[in-house]
Design a protein around this ligand. Structure first.
Ligand code: HEC
Length: 191
């Protein structure tokens, strides 16, 4: 009798400890997992930006590693962390539109993955001569047909490796950044 009680309280204690560890970080389970993935992508984007903007010396291997990290946390690896009918956690800023507009959400995540693959493939080319401002204003990078938020969702506008074959990392980087912010604008509430 006494022994049984001891076992029970030990189990309660370990459950309590596990919950405590999760509560400490705010998010739990799958929500924590996707937030961690997003944070990794944020760091990767920062390291790419430093090179694309010329703050740091260009290093193809660093670009490839950052692109690989983004690839790993995008596409299906990202969308599977947004299960349908998930229990809403307070810390989550995911909008319900994710699940009512799943195809578009999924397309953005796929787009991110393809772009990250294109970035990795372009890394050895180094930066092209175009200046930042030129890149920013060109019709391709702006709100033109390719980046336009409406048309870009259709499959025919999904980037392909072939399409990116002639692009340098500083051309692909703004497309990636645009994809992060498109999704956040549409599917994430302000904190
Ligand atoms: C397909 C949609 C989508 C794409 C693409 C996307 N995100 Fe997110 N991101 C979200 C959603 C939704 C959340 C909020 C998740 C939540 O709170 O449950 C989020 C949250 C975040 C957060 C906050 C994490 C936290 O701990 O609160 C960061 C940082 C972030 N994203 C960075 C990025 C970066 C960088 C990229 C591009 C490389 C990117 N995201 C691409 C949908 C996306």
């Amino acid at each position: 009798m006494k022994k049984k009680l001891l076992v029970a309280s030990a189990a309660t204690l370990s459950i309590g400890l596990a919950l405590g560890a999760f509560a400490h970080s705010g998010a739990m389970g799958i929500v924590k997992e996707r937030m961690d993935g997003m944070m990794v992508m944020g760091k990767s984007m920062k390291s790419i930006a430093m090179m694309v903007k010329g703050v740091k010396d260009y290093d193809a291997d660093t670009i490839k590693a950052a692109a690989a990290a983004i690839e790993k946390h995008s596409g299906e690896n990202m969308t599977k962390l947004f299960p349908k009918g998930e229990k809403k956690q307070k810390v989550s800023v995911a909008k319900d539109e994710i699940w009512t507009n799943w195809e578009e959400f999924e397309a953005l995540s796929m787009r991110l993955q393809i772009l990250s693959q294109g970035l990795a493939a372009s890394a050895d080319k180094g930066l092209s001569g175009a200046s930042d401002s030129m890149m920013g204003n060109s019709s391709m990078m702006g709100s033109g047909s390719m980046m336009g938020s409406g048309s870009m969702m259709s499959d025919s506008n999904m980037p392909t490796m072939e399409m990116m074959a002639g692009m340098s990392p500083n051309m692909i980087f703004p497309m990636i950044a645009g994809t992060c912010s498109s999704c956040h604008t549409k599917f994430r509430t302000e904190k």
